[in-house]
Design a protein around this ligand. Structure first.
Ligand code: BG6
Length: 523
């Protein structure tokens, strides 16, 4: 019976006293407000904390989506007092949220923020400083023992921190929950991901672990399953009988920015494909789960990853194109080549672009290609999934009048626009026989949606794993990608092409589709 039992969920203990709203209302829906909790951020002086985590927490607080009994303890190796940390956050949040910033809210939010300089490698920092400080703050803020440890630190220190948290007894859930949130990258390849999973499981149960893929928390990524499974008209068509192919694009105009140290090791495959791109593929290709709960959804995603076809050695060039940007112009601004970016080796062979043609070998998708592409410094910033349907079986309209009939496309827009469109044919008004492609669409109004990090923070406090990666998904994604990485990096079976910044990527990527008689949606 074990395999059909509902999975275990660690719920944080409810507050002991004091009225707090259990729900926050958004239009006609309730959004659950997390229980009282302490959020301990490792890497609190880093870029992610300043740009994403603290601004998101501020906005959640402002919108009354956090419990009143709540505090943040930032830790990092940088020497700083709590006062200095608050002052630096004040500036950072004002820059990150110019329109949302409100002095009166900040005055109430700031006293919930603390900072402690920390030596990640020293067990004493955990057994003495953290174990001493936490109960004092918890009693002051009445957070009832629920703790969320958020690792916004480089992977090189994951091991020390996880090991020491466990050794100091901080992974135990005696009084409340103890959740561990781990930022990507989760591993470097299959072997390292397995090793990290083993380490985490020495101290934590799977239900305590939250592996982040912030793409899953984007509003319209969450919408993919609603769109597919809350409508009866699309799903009957969502298979090899009607779908010609699928395209998934995540194109950025940004370059490597100040992250060369990480990116030089990762490249686009580890940075975008192992996680974000494969997760988008899973949501598009998966079967309907019996229940919309995290574990049942994860089960279906795992099946998609298991069904990904492995390439044989002679096939890589027909299925993959990789490239690196050279200098060019983006939005009228000259930008340097990847090799000239700060911290990048001039001879670097790190790909900043990749396109892949993959197949999901199962009954639903047999023979339908999924084309995935992602890259930095491309012509535009756009993330989308498009489902391209087959041609009409027979056209009764003369080609000479209408031209070939463009096939239907369903477009799931993830960013910068958020929404979905159905492109179909319609008669052009005022003509006897002229067809045009027209668009039926729903766009989410800007500013209503929660930011991906707001969702991630809410859900790790609520103990909901829907927007996080389960152990098996991480390993299955690595197991699909690791042979590809070996072929690209050790055997160099696919040449690294160059593409000028501000373009659509290397010619090889266009050829992937051209050879199949198809073309990419324009960027
Ligand atoms: C991150 C990658 O996970 O996602 C970055 O490490 C990338 O390289 C970013 O720029 C893209 O995220 P978004 O939300 O801006 O599309």
């Amino acid at each position: 019976m074990d395999d059909i039992a509902l999975p275990e969920k660690t719920t944080c203990a409810p507050q002991e006293s004091g009225p707090i709203p259990a729900y926050h209302r958004v239009e006609n829906c309730d959004v659950e407000v997390p229980r009282p909790a302490a959020l301990i951020i490792f890497g609190a002086s880093g870029d992610l904390a300043y740009r994403k985590l603290l601004p998101s927490l501020y906005r959640l607080y402002k919108n009354r989506m956090l419990a009143e009994q709540f505090f943040i303890l930032g830790t990092s190796r940088v020497e700083m007092t709590t006062e200095q940390y608050r002052a630096s956050l004040y500036d950072a949040i004002k820059v990150a949220l110019p329109r949302d910033f409100d002095q009166a809210i900040w005055d109430k939010f700031a006293p919930r923020i603390y900072y402690s300089t920390f030596d990640y490698g020293s067990l004493e920092s955990y057994t003495r400083e953290l174990a001493d400080l936490l109960p004092k703050l918890e009693s002051k803020h009445q957070t009832t023992g629920n703790r969320i440890f958020y690792l916004a630190i480089p992977p090189t220190v994951f091991e020390d921190v996880i090991h020491n948290l466990g050794a100091a007894g901080l992974s135990r859930e005696d009084k409340g929950c103890s959740h561990l949130v781990i930022e990507k990258p989760f591993g470097y390849d299959l072997a390292s991901a397995r090793k990290l999973n083993r380490l985490v499981h020495t101290h934590y149960k799977e239900s305590q672990i939250f592996r982040i893929d912030h793409y899953l928390a984007k509003e319209t990524v969450q919408n993919v399953l609603m769109f597919r499974f809350a409508n009866s008209i699309f799903e009957p068509l969502w298979n090899r009988r009607y779908v010609d192919h699928v395209q998934i694009t995540a194109s950025e105009t940004l370059g490597v920015e100040h992250r060369a140290g990480y990116y030089e090791q990762a490249g686009v495959m580890r940075d975008m494909f192992q996680n974000h791109m494969f997760q988008l593929l899973c949501l598009t290709a998966m079967e309907p789960p019996p229940l919309f709960i995290a574990d049942r959804v994860q089960d279906e995603k795992a099946k998609v990853l298991r069904s990904l076809r492995r390439f044989s050695s002679g096939e890589f060039n027909d299925h993959i194109s990789i490239g690196q940007y050279t200098k060019g112009t983006i939005n009228g601004r000259e930008v340097p080549a990847y090799g000239d970016e700060p911290g990048v080796d001039k001879q670097s062979a790190t790909p900043t672009f990749a396109a892949m043609k993959v197949f999901v070998d199962n009954w639903r998708w047999n023979g339908v290609p999924f084309y995935l592409r992602s890259g930095k410094r491309l012509a535009s910033r756009r993330t989308e999934i498009s489902i391209h349907f087959k041609d009409v079986p027979y056209s009764m309209f003369p080609d000479s009048v209408t031209g070939p009939i463009a096939p239907n496309v369903i477009l799931l827009k993830i960013q910068p626009e958020e929404g979905m469109s159905l492109f179909h044919q319609a008669k052009q008004a005022g003509t006897k026989l002229c067809l045009n492609t027209v668009e039926m669409k729903h766009d989410y109004p800007r500013g209503v949606a929660l930011d991906a990090y707001e969702w991630v923070l809410l859900d790790c406090m609520l103990g909901d794993h829907m927007l996080f990666m389960r152990e098996d998904s991480v390993e299955l994604a690595w197991s699909a990608l690791t042979p590809v990485l070996d072929a690209l990096e050790s055997d160099k079976v696919v040449p690294l092409a160059r593409y000028a910044a501000g373009t659509d990527g290397p010619a090889g990527a266009l050829d992937l589709l051209r050879k199949d008689g198809r073309s990419w949606r324009p960027l």
